[in-house]
Design a protein around this ligand. Structure first.
Ligand code: HEC
Ligand code: HEC
Length: 346
């Protein structure tokens, strides 16, 4: 016991030191990542010879003050609506009853499933959408505000600190500033045509509607406190302009993970083309409504050259239309950006 307590004392100072170091390194690494993306260079971590990162087993969460926060943080990620949802027992910060784990699959531990493998190692980090360097707590609040359509938690609240502890624990032993294999989404081959929401509708009816509902509304659990199958659009789903609202980002997630428990990163069920078309259908604002950003005073991507290429709301640094940014074809946009030495951000 004694050693455990001593370690947890040390951990605090280590966390602080690590955060400062990671601030400096990730900030520098950020720019180089953008350049890497621009040149199409693959990251070392994603080479075939490298093993997929394995997060520690929950049985190894330490039995000390830090471990208590890790456990609470994990519980928050899994049962988010119960704690901080519209009828939450701790607060009512979320605007919907989704849980973090609906997107950050297996509580952020599934390879290629929006996991938290290297998140702690890469934060604080520059974010183009806010044009600011954000801490981990601020990044969590982004998801509370955008996919969860809610209001931010105080950064020093027990809940934010607990989720930061959990995310740090998931990334145990990941070197500061580094990626590890499996921490990003599966690569996808872009199409030479625009994504086709009409084709996507048929793919949705066949592969997704059985769980997510014919109107994308999802399915409540027995007491409607959260979902058995989370919604994909409509008033209770993620916001316009949130990360999953982008076609490429969503298509890459679908490829490795949907239909749930059938598709795996090793054996996707849908082809790249089907993933892109169905993501376009889900995210087509001409046919599907979803909540919009609450705080409109601050525009997304105030510095427009850092706007993600599949972000479908102007203004843009190039002359491609909003529809082309949203649905593609993406290759001409990427080529244009390369030719003009502009960042290629996803
Ligand atoms: C509707 C889906 C959705 C929900 C719900 C959601 N997120 Fe996210 N979150 C995303 C997406 C998409 C990203 C961007 C991932 C990427 O770029 O690969 C993201 C990014 C993040 C990141 C940054 C990860 C990194 O390594 O860069 C953190 C941390 C995070 N979310 C935490 C949370 C927490 C905590 C909750 C619950 C309070 C939550 N998210 C709920 C979709 C969601
Ligand atoms: C067998 C049921 C099932 C099928 C079929 C299915 N999903 Fe899901 N989906 C789920 C479940 C369950 C989750 C939440 C996972 C969790 O909480 O562990 C989910 C999560 C998601 C999410 C992230 C959360 C959200 O609501 O935004 C998206 C996006 C998604 N599915 C899209 C699709 C698409 C597109 C298809 C069809 C290609 C599909 N799913 C097919 C069960 C299913």
């Amino acid at each position: 016991m004694k050693t455990v307590h001593q370690t947890s004392g040390k951990i605090k100072t280590k966390v602080l030191a690590l955060s400062i170091v990671s601030f400096v390194i990730t900030f520098a690494a950020c720019n180089s990542n953008e350049n890497k993306a621009a040149s199409g260079e693959k990251k070392e971590a994603n080479k075939d010879s490298v093993a997929i990162f394995t997060p520690p087993d929950t049985s190894t969460i330490p039995h000390d003050k830090f471990g208590e926060m890790v456990r609470y943080g994990r519980d928050l990620v899994v049962n988010t609506a119960k704690y901080i949802g519209p009828n939450g027992i701790v607060s009512k910060n979320l605007g919907n009853k989704m849980n973090c784990t609906n997107c950050h699959l297996d509580a952020g531990t599934r390879p290629f499933g929006f996991n938290f493998f290297s998140s702690h190692a890469r934060y604080p980090q520059y974010r183009g959408r806010e044009n600011q360097v954000l801490t981990m707590g601020q990044r969590i609040n982004n998801c509370i505000e955008r996919p969860h359509n809610g209001t931010p938690l105080p950064l020093d609240s027990k809940e934010i600190v607990a989720m930061c502890c959990y995310i740090r624990w998931v990334g145990t032993n990941v070197p500061v500033g580094q990626h590890v294999k499996g921490d990003e989404s599966l690569e996808i081959e872009y199409l030479d045509r625009a994504a086709n929401p009409t084709k996507g509708a048929a793919i949705f009816a066949e592969n997704c509607a059985s769980c997510h509902g014919a109107s994308g509304q999802g399915q409540w659990n027995a007491d409607s406190s959260t979902y058995v199958y989370p919604p994909l659009w409509g008033p209770h789903s993620y916001q316009v302009g949130s990360s999953p609202h982008r076609v490429i980002k969503l298509a890459r997630f679908i490829k490795a993970n949907m239909p749930n428990l059938k598709a795996t990163w090793k054996k996707p069920v849908l082809t790249d083309e089907q993933c892109i078309d169905v993501a376009a259908f889900v995210n087509d604002d001409r046919i599907h409504e979803r909540p919009t950003k609450k705080n409109k005073a601050i525009p997304d991507y105030p510095e427009i050259k850092f706007k993600a290429i599949d972000y479908g709301i102007g203004p843009f640094i190039d002359s491609f239309s909003a529809l082309q940014h949203k649905f593609g074809p993406y290759k001409p946009i990427i080529e244009y950006r390369k030719a003009h030495n502009l960042p290629i951000v996803f």
